[in-house]
Write a protein that binds this ligand. Structure first.
Ligand code: PEP
Ligand code: MN
Length: 347
């Protein structure tokens, strides 16, 4: 059970709820998010619910009682599926949102060219990593703040809001000043201090599923973000590790409808990091749209042969028209509108 305090609740109202619960023999864990305090309760939940009348205590906005361990992100808590807005661009049940861009920001020219490719492919958001989390310590780790500045310049030029990864809790403030949406990568899905920090950052978060994470673990990771007061979370299925070696990862397509049934959060698919092969990106994109994904996120690169990261999975110029056509033609068949790109120019 979780008690959500009103934004204007005072510290003494929070203390009062804690005291009431402790006097009844329970435990209360207070988490102070940017917008509101959230109190997690454990102990004899049935008795708390029956006798304490928590919703009537001063300062209490909501009492969330669900049978699942992830509370705030669960469909039991919020029946309607959520729409998350990234600088005004919607991701949700009525739309299909395409996010595209380079795996990593390398140069201003490469990033601008990739952003133009993204627009041509029907994308409304630009992806691109300035901080990269790489399996090898010898691989390109990203340009850091220089890369963030390039992304901001390219956003100003193309109008595409920016989705970019934050890999370290210490960089959350920095990345938040540039990003429109923060990405938490697969390898960081259970980096709990990072999840809490992005939960307090006040920007939407895209949470990738961990390489070996169950759907429940993925939703619990989202709960860490939500528990800090940020429910603007988009889940991203990016393939999981299996015995199969023909693909980089195995796209778990059934995770999309399952996560959508268990959680009200939007679920998108990354066909680039799951297949790891350019020739699979379009077929997997079709599968993702057909299964009901709320969006896709794809790698594009003007010169994949020289890419410093993930060149073999990046779409090239010749693929863009087909991706745009897939997104345009399939979205109405699944009852969705393709999210248009914001107009170029200053916001
Ligand atoms: C990425 O999207 O750039 C990335 C590193 O993906 P993942 O965390 O899913 O491996
Ligand atoms: Mn990549």
């Amino acid at each position: 059970m979780v008690v959500v305090m009103a934004a204007e609740a005072t510290a003494s109202e929070v203390d009062h709820v804690v005291n009431v619960v402790q006097e009844a023999g329970g435990e209360a864990f207070v988490s102070r998010g940017e917008f509101a305090a959230i109190i997690g309760l454990s102990g004899d939940i049935e008795r708390f619910a029956a006798t304490l009348n928590l919703p009537s205590l001063p300062g209490v906005a909501d009492v969330v009682r669900t049978s699942v361990p992830y509370k705030l992100v669960s469909r039991e808590h919020r029946h309607e599926r959520s729409v998350i807005r990234v600088a005004g661009v919607p991701i949700g049940p009525d739309t299909l949102t395409v996010i595209a861009g380079p795996c990593a920001v390398e140069t201003p020219e490469q990033t601008l060219a990739a952003a133009r490719m993204a627009r041509a492919a029907g994308a409304s958001l630009l992806r691109g990593g300035a901080f990269k989390q790489r399996t090898s310590p010898y691989a390109f780790q990203g340009l850091g703040e220089v890369g963030l500045k390039i992304l901001a310049d390219v956003r100003a030029e193309t109008g595409l809001p920016v989705v970019t990864e934050v890999v370290d809790q210490r960089d959350v403030d920095l990345v938040t000043t540039y990003a429109d949406m923060l990405q938490v990568g697969a390898r960081n899905m259970q980096n709990f201090p990072l999840l809490q920090a992005v939960g307090a950052a006040g920007k939407p978060v895209m949470l990738k599923r961990g390489l070996s994470a169950t759907i429940e673990e993925w939703l619990m990771a989202a709960e860490y973000i939500a528990q800090r007061g940020n429910l603007d979370i988009v889940l991203c299925e990016r393939g999981i590790r299996t015995f199969e070696s023909a693909t980089r990862n195995t796209l778990d397509i059934s995770a999309v409808p399952i996560a959508q049934r268990l959680s009200h959060l939007p679920v998108i698919v990354d066909p680039s990091h799951s297949g790891g092969r350019r020739d699979l990106v379009l077929p997997l994109s079709r599968a993702a749209i057909a299964v009901g994904a709320d969006g896709i996120i794809v790698d594009v690169h003007p010169h994949p042969e020289t890419a410093r990261c993930d060149g073999p999975q990046a779409l090239i110029e010749q693929d863009l028209r087909e991706l745009a056509s897939v997104a345009h033609h399939l979205s109405p068949l699944v009852g969705r509108t393709l999210t248009p790109a914001p107009a170029p120019g200053p916001r």
